[in-house]
Design a binder for this molecule. Structure first.
Ligand code: SAM
Length: 210
C-alpha cells in the first residue's frame, strides 16, 4: 500500500527501510519482490536484519542514521520506516532529507502509532492501578526517566500531527490510513491493565515527492 505508485508515476522497484530493527518490514518488502536496502544505526540491529534477510541475497543491509542515510541520490524509489519517525529528535528534518534523496515521483511511507505517549483512557485510574500492579511490561509513559520525552513525536496523539510534517516538507498526495485490525491484534497481547487503559491507534502515511 505504501509503495503503490499514484497513477502516471513509475513503479517502485528499490526500497530503503529506515530503522529496520530486526528487518521485519524489509523482509515483507523483499518477499513482495522489491529490491531492499535495510538501514539501522544500531550495529546489533544491522546484524539481526542481515540474518532476517539472508534468504534474499540481493537485499542489502547498511548501518547509518535516519538523518544522514547511506544512500546515493536516486538510489531507491521509495523510503519507508515503521515505528522510527517518532523516535527521532528532528522528524521533519529526516523527512526533508528522505525527500531530497528521491527523484520526483518517489514515495515516502511510514507506519507508526500513538502508543508511545501517555494517551490513556482514565489516566487517574491508570496511575493508581499501575502503582499497585506495575506497568504490565510497558514503560510508564509518564515517568520522568522515560527517554521518549526527549523527542517531539512522543506526545503524538493523532496521525494528523505527522501528516502536518509531511505537508511542511511539501510532499504531495499525502494519504493517512488507520489500521484498526493491527490495533485489535496488538491489544490481544497486552496485559489487562493496558487493554483497559491504552487507546492504540496504528496508522500509516504515504506521500509522493514532487
Ligand atoms: C521501534 S524500532 C522499529 C524497528 C522496525 N522498523 C520494526 O517496525 O520492527 C526502531 C528502530 O529504529 C532504529 N533507529 C532509531 N533511531 C534511528 C536513527 N536515527 N537512524 C537509524 N535508525 C534508528 C533503532 O535502532 C530501532 O532498530
Amino acid at each position: 500500500m505504501l509503495l503503490t505508485p499514484s497513477s502516471g508515476q513509475r513503479p517502485v522497484r528499490r526500497v530503503a527501510d529506515v530503522g529496520t530493527g530486526s528487518g521485519m518490514i524489509a523482509v515483507l518488502a523483499a518477499s513482495l519482490g522489491y529490491e531492499v536496502i535495510a538501514i539501522d544505526f544500531a550495529p546489533a540491529m544491522v546484524e539481526r536484519a542481515k540474518q532476517s534477510l539472508a534468504p534474499w541475497p540481493d537485499a542489502q543491509v547498511r548501518q547509518g542514521d535516519a538523518c544522514a542515510l547511506p544512500l546515493q541520490h536516486g538510489e531507491v524509489d521509495a523510503i519507508i520506516g515503521r515505528n522510527v519517525l517518532w523516535t527521532l529528535p528532528s522528524p521533519e528534518d529526516a523527512l526533508k532529507h528522505w525527500s531530497g534523496l528521491l527523484q520526483p515521483g518517489g514515495r515516502i511511507g511510514i507506519i507508526d502509532g500513538t502508543h508511545h505517549g501517555d494517551f490513556r483512557r482514565f489516566p487517574a485510574l491508570y496511575k493508581h492501578l499501575s502503582k499497585a500492579f506495575g506497568h504490565g511490561g510497558h514503560p510508564d509513559p509518564v515517568a520522568d526517566n522515560n527517554p521518549n520525552k526527549e523527542v517531539p513525536l512522543a506526545t503524538l496523539d493523532n496521525p494528523q500531527q505527522v501528516a502536518e510534517l509531511f505537508r511542511r516538507v511539501d510532499l504531495a498526495e499525502i494519504l493517512v490510513r488507520d489500521h484498526h485490525e493491527v490495533d485489535r491484534r496488538l491489544r490481544a497481547s497486552w496485559s489487562w491493565l493496558n487493554r483497559v487503559t491504552y487507546k492504540p491507534r496504528t496508522f500509516s502515511i504515504s506521500a509522493r515527492v514532487r
